[in-house]
Design a protein around this ligand. Structure first.
Ligand code: C2E
Ligand code: MG
Ligand code: MG
Ligand code: MG
Length: 285
């Protein structure tokens, strides 16, 4: 039968498509029980002052160890969790776990300014995000300023009627609001004046060609210029070399994260990194 259809059969038996479909079904089935089975954990990447390497913030990044599928990186499962809607429950867990870790570090005497978590557009579209965040802060005795939320431009292009309202409700909690991967998506610059955000994270892809590639350099300069004029903070992601760090400092960008400083670390290793960089003062007796 397949033979009779001749040259068109590849469409029916494309092994890549078949494998993708199989992976998708597998991942979605495993994701459903992963939270209850406690298969997720958070690792933390330091955001540092580019001038002296001192840690400012910890970005919480999710990791999934699936008994069936092995260690899965977020780029391989977040989009599936968004499709199924599981991201809403997973995301609420991330917020709570990051606040719990932040409170523990503070109690141990680490003068960390805040912890940042990534928020999916699906989470953003649920009505109770501000409430989930208020509850997590209250439960762990943290001020809003101890938490930063990173949104991608996907949140902005969905442009739900409540977007401005949700941003305002979050802002009222005192949390810090940042646009992640800035420039990589569908930047419509007008939201920068419409929404009450604090800062931008320059997308990693623009830094890759710096300082050699003239257009990457131009884009970094432009983003730094826009941010400065609008009074927004800029963080550079994916800083891998001293040349990139020096270029960013030259643009007046003060904070960065990347393998030059540290990859994402398990909590104990993050605490060791804080001790090393002098951010530890033992709690008063
Ligand atoms: P992101 O939020 O932009 O995080 C930065 C990613 O770049 C992380 O990958 C980090 O490990 C990686 N990275 C950091 N420094 C460097 C560097 O110098 N060079 C290179 N090449 N890469 C660097 P990771 O942990 O695999 O996360 C990938 C993405 O998955 C994140 O991008 C974020 O969009 C998403 N994600 C991670 N955790 C969560 C979460 O809890 N919730 C949601 N909704 N998304 C998450
Ligand atoms: Mg992020
Ligand atoms: Mg990013
Ligand atoms: Mg990213």
């Amino acid at each position: 039968d397949a033979k009779r259809r001749g040259r068109n059969t590849w469409q029916l038996f494309n092994p890549d498509l078949a494998r993708q479909q199989h992976d998708r079904v597998q991942i979605e089935a495993q994701l459903r029980r992963a939270l209850d089975n406690q298969e997720f954990r958070l690792v933390y990447q330091p955001l540092v002052a580019l001038s002296d390497g001192k840690v400012r913030t910890a970005e919480a990044l999710i990791r999934w160890r699936s008994p069936a599928l092995g260690e899965m990186r977020p780029d391989h499962f977040i989009s599936h969790a968004e499709t199924t809607g599981d991201i809403v429950r997973i995301g609420a867990w991330v917020i709570e776990a990051a606040c719990r870790q932040m409170a523990a570090w503070r109690a141990e005497g680490f003068a960390l300014e805040r912890v940042a978590v990534n928020i999916s557009y699906r989470q953003f579209l649920t009505e109770d995000l501000p409430q989930i965040i208020a509850d997590a802060l209250a439960e762990h005795g943290l001020p809003g300023s101890a938490l930063e939320l990173e949104f991608t431009e996907r949140v902005l292009i969905e442009d739900a009627p409540d977007t401005l309202h949700t941003f305002e409700a979050l802002r009222a909690l005192g949390v810090v609001l940042t646009i992640d991967d800035f420039g990589e998506g569908y930047s419509a610059l007008n939201y920068l004046r419409r929404l009450p955000i604090h800062g931008l994270k320059l997308a990693q892809s623009f830094l890759q060609g710096v300082p050699g590639n003239a257009s990457d350099v131009a884009i970094c300069q432009a983003v730094a210029g826009i941010a400065r004029s609008l009074g927004l903070d800029v963080v550079a992601e994916g800083v891998e070399s001293p040349a990139q760090r020096d270029f960013l400092l030259g643009l007046g960008i003060r904070t960065g994260q990347g393998f030059l400083f540290s990859p994402a670390l398990e909590p104990d290793n993050f605490a060791a990194f804080l001790r090393q960089t002098g951010l530890h003062s033992p709690p008063a007796p």
